[in-house]
Design a protein around this ligand. Structure first.
Ligand code: ZN
Length: 293
């Protein structure tokens, strides 16, 4: 069974829920970017987070940026309506030893900083919001963001289990959100349930599926939609050239002066693009004509 995302309605409660299993996608990110265990756990949680947020998308993409004062520096993660995921950490080799058998994601991300979410539905202006980090553990930060910034009370758990050799054994997450009709009793019930529920990684390690976990938390559930997920980059030569154009005339002139083809490597998937010198010339010509038009 490959990676997937589910959209769920509990039968007895006025909540909605989303679940994600993305072990293969996180392992693919680890392999492509040669991520350390703690970087794998951090990026895996961020990818699980954006995947959960993408569940509502009919079109477009969700983008998450986490910038903290920890050694990972920055995490970017993206999910689109086709179930394509990609992401990166600025400092992929940061290696912090486990604390109480847990990879210290909060330490690697840092407690000071912000989480920024962009929902781009492909129409008008993208919706954007940003909030200060609570713990750098990502699930807590995302739940706080959704509750405060988007004003939808939310509970979130994200878990990545990394093997001793660095490979990803399990990666998953869930998000439970209050519907307007939810009563105080329902909310108290769920809060109590979540307080006493074992950590997500423990449950995943025990071999439970995300459906089973959501059923344990919410009782009988109806799965409204199930969507496959893949680690898939959206880079292309065209995008690389757009980036080059964005550098501007001065930078491109310097590239040209060096007289060698330009090699650009995508940070998300490590694909290398070669831009021949003739093409750099054409791009520069285009920029100059545009500037003087
Ligand atoms: Zn790429």
């Amino acid at each position: 069974m490959g990676d997937y995302l589910i959209r769920v309605l509990p039968k007895k409660f006025n909540f909605r829920a989303f679940g994600v299993c993305l072990t293969q996608a996180v392992d693919e990110a680890r392999r492509l970017q040669n991520l350390s265990p703690v970087a794998t756990a951090a990026l895996g949680r961020a990818l699980a987070g954006v995947a959960l947020l993408s569940a509502d998308l009919k079109f477009g993409k969700v983008f998450m940026q986490i910038k903290g004062d920890g050694p990972l520096k920055e995490i970017l993660a993206e999910a689109n309506h086709e179930g394509h995921l990609r992401g990166l950490v600025r400092n992929p080799q940061v290696d912090l030893p486990p604390k109480n058998k847990k990879l210290p994601v909060g330490l690697a991300v840092g407690q000071k900083g912000f989480i920024n979410i962009i929902r781009d539905y492909g129409l008008k202006e993208p919706y954007q919001g940003s909030i200060a980090l609570v713990s750098g553990e990502i699930a807590e930060d995302l739940a706080y963001y959704l509750t405060v910034s988007e004003q939808v009370p939310s509970a979130c758990a994200l878990g990545v289990l990394v093997d001793v050799d660095g490979k990803v054994l399990q990666a998953g997450g869930y998000l439970i959100q209050k519907l307007p009709e939810a009563t105080e009793e329902e909310i108290s019930y769920l809060e109590e349930k979540l307080r006493n529920y074992p950590p997500l990684t423990t449950q995943l390690q025990a071999g439970k599926s995300i459906e089973e976990i959501l059923t344990e938390l919410l009782g009988e559930i109806e799965i409204l939609e199930k969507r496959a997920l893949y680690y898939k980059c959206t880079c292309s030569l065209e995008r690389v050239e757009e980036t080059l154009l964005a550098l501007g005339e001065k930078e491109l002139t310097e590239v040209l002066a060096e007289g060698i083809p330009l090699m650009v490597t995508c940070n998300f998937c490590q694909k290398a693009y070669e831009v021949p010198i003739e093409r750099v010339k054409e791009l520069l010509k285009y920029l100059r004509e545009k500037d003087h038009a």
